[in-house]
Structure formats: C-alpha cells, structure tokens
Design a binder for this molecule. Structure first.
Ligand SMILES: Cc1cc2nc3c(=O)[nH]c(=O)nc-3n(C[C@H](O)[C@H](O)[C@H](O)COP(=O)(O)OP(=O)(O)OC[C@H]3O[C@@H](n4cnc5c(N)ncnc54)[C@H](O)[C@@H]3O)c2cc1C
Ligand code: FES
Length: 295
C-alpha cells in the first residue's frame, strides 16, 4: 500500500523481528511477534476540542503506559506518531492537532471509519518507580495529551501518589483542550490553567499569561516531587528554569520529546536526539539524561 509521505511503516509492511523495539514497559509492542503489525480499528467517537484539534476514540483496547505512543495510519495517505491519552486497557484515545497531511486526513474521520494503528512504542513515564511522590504535571497545547494519560493512570492508582499538581497552558480560551474533563480534574487535583492571551475577552476561569507564570506563583519546593513536562521545547526550557529556581534538580524532571519519526522502532535513525533514539529510548526522558532541553 503506497504511503504518500514515504515513511517506512506504511500500511501493509511486514517487520523484520528484533528486540530493538521493546524499549517500552510491559505494554510495548516490541519483542513479541511482529511489532510492526498494523491493527485495523474503528472510530468510536470524534470530539472536536478546538478549531485545529480533535480527539479520536478507537475500538482498540490498548495495554500501555502513560507517555507511550502509537503510529496511526490511513491507507494511501501516510502514518504519524500520536501519544496515547487514554488509560491502559481502555478504548484507545488520541488527541490530534491538525498540522499536515496525515493529521488533516484524520480530522475527516467519522464514527465507524477505519484507521490503522501499530504500537504502543517507546518508554513512557516510569509511574511504578515514582510511587510515593507528588506529581507536578506541566503541559502546553497538545502536549497536554500524554499528561491526560498520566491523569487517567493516577485515577486508577490514587493511593500511589501524594499531591497531583496540573499546570496547563494554551494559546487562547478557544484552544483549551479537554474542557469536559477540567471540572473533574479541578475537584480531585490542584489544577491551574493559563492562556497566553484572551483577545476576545471571553469569560475564562484561569490566568492570562504563560504557563511559566503559573509555575512561578506555585508555592511548593522540590521535596518528594517529580515533574512531567510536555509541550513546545521553548516552553519546557523556560519551565525547567523556573523549577530549578525552586530547587528542583534535573533528575526530578521528565520531559516528553518530539522528533520526526518514521519507523518508531529504532531502525531508521530519523529520531535521534543527543545520540539517543527518541522512539525507543524515549519519548520520555529524564532531563539530566538529555543534558538540558535546548533544541
Ligand atoms: C512521540 C511523539 C508523540 C506525538 N504525539 C502527538 C499527539 O499526541 N498529538 C499530536 O497532535 N501530535 C503528536 N505528535 C506530533 C505528530 O506526530 C506530528 O504533528 C505529525 O507527524 C504531523 O503529521 P502530518 O502528516 O499531519 O504533517 P506533515 O504534513 O508531515 O508535516 C507538517 C509539518 O509538521 C512537521 N512535523 C511533522 N512531524 C513532526 C514531528 N514529529 N516533530 C516536529 N515537526 C514535525 C513537518 O516537518 C511539517 O513542517 C507526536 C510526535 C511524536 C514524535
Ligand atoms: S523513528 Fe526510526 S529510529 Fe526512531
């Protein structure tokens, strides 16, 4: 089946087995049979989140860890990596920002349509290792998607963690994602939401300013806390600086990195970051392992 993007994981391709793709946790597709195998699923629901963002719920129930990703494809169009934003074992949810060929084609899908998925791939947030800590989740734009997966995990393992702080930044009120979940998150966790600007002066229950402002105003220190960040590199860089000012060390901060990917399983070398494969060594890295987050 042709892939207009020329990516190697296009529909129908068979994988040559190797353990290289098994970097993820127990949910990783690697190491078991054909880890490039595509699975056809149906769209269960399509939810418009903002003018350029939507969430697909698919028929596939995926065992995975928060922070892992899947490769999603449409025959004859292409394939792209998208983070899992649902809980392990639940129908797979993917939050997608429309930026190009595949994501715009995914935006045309309707309930009942077919879509192909392979994965999950990569290393997610090491939730089991971090038991007993408070979690500080910092997300920007569609970087909030993998953090929703973390929130879903915490909901099922609440006794494993202390406080949960959520700092979410968006461009404007109309870009705020997962609005239907925010009241529930606010009731259970320490949620703060900011928008960069509120041009139409719409009613918005949050701060106007960058998400760094929310972090600056937060009254906490670094004790028994770990930070999970996902968003644009400049945002994560600025947030890391604020956190260091509050006493956090880079080994307390986990970032989700984005690189152009094709195979997703450590074969094509398109996703290298500081000598590591984003697809198998990441996409979640501890900040000290990356030596900072400058692009
Ligand atoms: C591990 C991982 C998880 C991701 N999770 C999500 C997610 O949950 N939701 C989401 O909306 N997006 C996510 N992305 C980004 C998503 O994969 C890209 O937006 C997508 O590949 C764009 O495909 P396209 O065919 O629509 O765009 P294209 O037509 O391929 O490109 C549009 C533009 O985006 C650039 N681009 C494409 N892919 C990337 C990339 N990976 N990094 C930087 N620039 C890129 C292209 O160079 C081009 O300028 C993730 C990426 C990675 C690596
Ligand atoms: S995407 Fe091919 S090696 Fe990572």
């Amino acid at each position: 089946m042709a892939c207009k993007k020329g990516c190697c994981g296009g529909a129908g391709r068979k994988g040559s087995a190797s353990g290289k793709g098994s970097a993820g946790g127990k949910g990783s597709a690697g190491g078991k049979g054909n880890y490039l195998a595509l699975e056809a699923c149906r769209v269960v629901s399509f939810t418009r989140e903002s003018p350029d963002n939507f969430t697909l719920k698919l028929s596939k129930r995926l065992e995975c860890e928060p922070g892992q990703f899947v490769q999603v494809s449409l025959p004859g169009v292409g394939e792209c990596p998208i983070s899992v934003c649902s809980a392990s074992g639940e129908p797979l949810e993917l939050n997608v920002r429309q930026v190009g060929v595949v994501t715009n084609a995914l935006a045309q899908l309707k309930r009942g349509d077919a879509v192909f998925v392979r994965g999950p791939y990569g290393k997610g947030y090491p939730m089991a290792l971090l038991k007993g800590n408070s979690l500080v989740l910092v997300g920007g734009g569609c970087g909030v998607a993998p953090l929703k997966g973390v929130v879903e995990y915490v909901a099922r393992h609440r006794e494993d963690f202390r406080e949960v702080y959520l700092f979410l930044g968006f461009r404007s009120p109309s870009d705020v994602l997962f609005q239907r979940h925010l009241a529930g998150w606010k009731a259970r966790y320490r949620l703060s939401v900011s928008v960069d600007e509120n041009p139409a002066n719409t009613c918005f229950d949050g701060k106007v300013g960058f998400v760094t402002k929310l972090l600056e105003e937060a009254r906490f220190d670094n004790s028994n806390k770990v930070v999970f960040m996902c968003g644009p590199p400049r945002m994560m860089d600025a947030c890391a600086a604020v956190l260091r000012g509050k006493g956090f060390h880079d080994d307390q901060i986990f970032v989700s990195a984005e690189r152009l990917m094709y195979c997703g399983v450590g074969k094509c070398c398109h996703c290298m970051i500081r000598g590591k494969f984003t697809c198998v060594d990441g996409p979640v890295f501890r900040l000290d392992e990356l030596g900072g987050f400058k692009e």
